[in-house]
Design a protein. Structure first.
Lengths: 305, 288
């Protein structure tokens, strides 16, 4: 038995990364970031606004949270719709209580389905991050380049048509990209994406169509990962995020401004039995003198990358 | 049909071991310093990534280690007085030598965890397996000045030849056997190989993604593991390994509870806080 000889050849074994999208960088060696008003830890709350069509297309893959039973899956369609209809307003109100500005990663079909909610979100001072068209709008290698380009354009156009604002940020469904995605996002005029989870501060990527900033939206700190995947309670989730905040705050004096990304899913966090824990977390964060609730576009700008 | 790998005497009976200073439990920390490739070639028996390449979350999650997690983890270890015995994807010496140099500067020991954690040993022929062992020895020697003594198979992938080959090259411990809390002899065709207790069960990857523990629950599991082994070790001399991946333990919600574990062990008084190589030496001295 033997493996193909190519399996023991390493064409990308070299100084630096094994690709050209971004160079290696040690967070400890970068110039420290100073957030506005002497704030210490930027808290980036990103709330997903997702519309799941009753018929999944599975091209190229089925999004997390999508339909699960045989057609018609009223169970998951309506449970997700509950998150959009009742959960999102709960979260918007929770943010208002503490005066926090946040980012809403929105499918364009979501904005079209709930235009009043989408406009109220923008009117409250929140950012809309483009999050594809609907939850059938997944991206991975295998999606034709022209289709991916059209998907990005349709998302941006649809969101702008409803809210009046063209997004500058992008979040792929499940953070899943093709080889073409960073280039197509830059080509579409987007300033940043949130898909790569390899850092704790924004950094610059290089694509053939120009630069693109990555704002790392750590999936490890998301409600999907901690509550839905790892099956921990909302109280434990809040405790883990408080622990994370305090640790990051402790790094600021030596390392400069830090970033705590909190990715929330309405049908997970905004259920009646969990929302109190989330509100408690927001109130605790608001009471930290060093916390800066920031929209993604604001903190990308403030980071100076 | 092979029913038993035949690598060790299955009897649990072995004479007690004694650790320096009358300590009851030898504790070693094994940071896995790894490099995963974005677009590795396919292995016929195991996929590197669960998704079509590029698997952005899979790759970038692990890349967090070399940008952020390593320093956070290493600083916590140094503050509490724990050296690392590093399970190293040796290609990291080529890609990001700064991470390797940081371990060298802290006085850490290095052993091989293969070339990349995205290249698997299953189905290699003997020449291919010799090539990755020789590559490991040469690459680590060049980057750290150290001759590797140990082996943790890349992504825990083996052939039935692996133990014989690493023993032949003079390596003296393997971290791939999980049958005991103490070192023991490994039967090989030549050389002198011992099994060094590593751990799957208290590996941070198992804690967080097999058992879905919260950071504080994982810290509690490590403390219970240590307390029990330190108690039993009074009669037998035990080893506790804490295998880590800085992209997991070095996350901001996990590192605080973890540092309190190291503090607990350091303050307890029964722990011999050491390296895998020193444990191997102490074991051998008692076998003479």
């Amino acid at each position: 038995m033997s493996l193909d000889a190519a399996y023991l050849q390493y064409p990308h074994r070299r100084r630096g990364m094994d690709h050209d999208l971004y160079p290696w960088s040690n967070i400890a060696d970068r110039p420290p970031i100073a957030w506005p008003d002497g704030k210490r830890v930027a808290v980036a709350i990103v709330i997903s606004c997702e519309f799941f069509p009753l018929t999944p297309s599975d091209t190229p893959f089925r999004a997390p949270g999508h339909m699960q039973t045989a057609f018609p899956d009223y169970r998951h369609f309506t449970a997700r719709d509950y998150g959009s209809r009742l959960g999102v307003p709960r979260l918007v109100e929770a943010l208002a209580k503490v005066g926090a500005r946040a980012s809403f990663a929105m499918n364009s079909a979501w904005a079209e389905r709930y235009p009043d909610l989408a406009r109220a979100i923008v009117a409250a001072g929140h950012e809309v991050i483009a999050h594809s068209t609907d939850m059938n709008g997944t991206i991975a290698t295998g999606l034709a380049e022209a289709d991916e380009r059209a998907l990005i354009a349709a998302s941006l156009t649809g969101l702008e048509a409803v809210t009046g604002v063209r997004p500058t940020g992008w979040l792929s469904i499940a953070r899943s990209q093709s080889w073409n995605t960073p280039r197509l996002l830059a080509e579409a005029g987007l300033a940043y994406c949130c898909d790569w989870v390899n850092d704790e501060l924004p950094y610059r990527m290089t694509t053939p169509a120009g630069p693109l900033v990555n704002l790392p939206l750590n999936h490890e700190l998301s409600d999907r990962q901690i509550i839905a995947t790892c099956q921990q309670s909302a109280d434990s989730y809040a405790e883990q995020l408080r622990d994370a905040y305090l640790w990051l705050d402790g790094e600021v004096d030596a390392g400069g401004g830090r970033l705590l990304p909190i990715h929330l899913t309405p049908y997970i966090s905004a259920l009646p039995y969990r929302i109190d824990a989330i509100e408690g977390l927001l109130a605790w964060l608001a009471a930290q003198p060093g916390a800066w609730f920031a929209r993604g576009d604001e903190l990308v700008a403030a980071s100076g990358v | 049909m092979i029913t038993d790998p035949g690598l060790y005497d299955p009897s649990p009976l072995a004479p007690p071991l004694r650790w320096p200073g009358g300590k009851t439990c030898a504790v070693w920390v094994a940071p896995n310093l790894e490099y995963y490739e974005l677009d590795p070639p396919a292995h016929p028996r195991r996929k590197s990534w669960t998704k079509p390449h590029p698997d952005v979350v899979g790759y970038s999650h692990r890349d967090h280690a070399n940008r952020v997690g390593h320093w956070r983890m290493a600083e916590a270890m140094s503050r509490q007085g724990f050296p690392g015995s590093v399970s190293l994807s040796v290609a990291l010496c080529d890609h990001i030598p700064e991470v390797v140099a940081d371990g060298v500067a802290r006085g850490w020991e290095f052993f091989s965890h293969g070339i990349y954690n995205t290249r698997y040993a299953y189905d290699m022929d003997e020449a291919q397996e010799r090539a990755i062992i020789e590559d490991s020895i040469e690459t680590v020697q060049r980057a750290t000045g150290q001759r590797i003594r140990g082996w943790l198979a890349p992504a825990l992938t083996h052939t039935v030849r692996t133990m014989d080959l690493i023993a032949e090259y003079g390596l003296d411990y393997t971290c791939d056997l999980y049958h005991d809390d103490r070192p023991g002899r490994v039967k090989t065709a030549s050389g002198d190989l011992i099994s060094m207790p590593y751990s799957l069960e208290v590996n941070d990857h198992y804690g967080f993604f097999i058992y879905n523990m919260s950071p504080r629950d994982y810290a509690d599991a490590l403390i219970r593991q240590y307390d029990r082994l330190a108690r039993e070790g009074a009669a037998s001399g035990t080893v506790m390994c804490i295998p880590l991946h800085s992209y997991l333990i070095g996350q901001p919600h996990r590192i605080g509870p973890f540092e309190r574990v190291l503090e607990h062990i350091a303050r307890d008084g029964r722990a011999w806080i050491t390296t895998a190589g020193a444990i191997a030496d102490a074991y051998r001295e008692q076998q003479a």
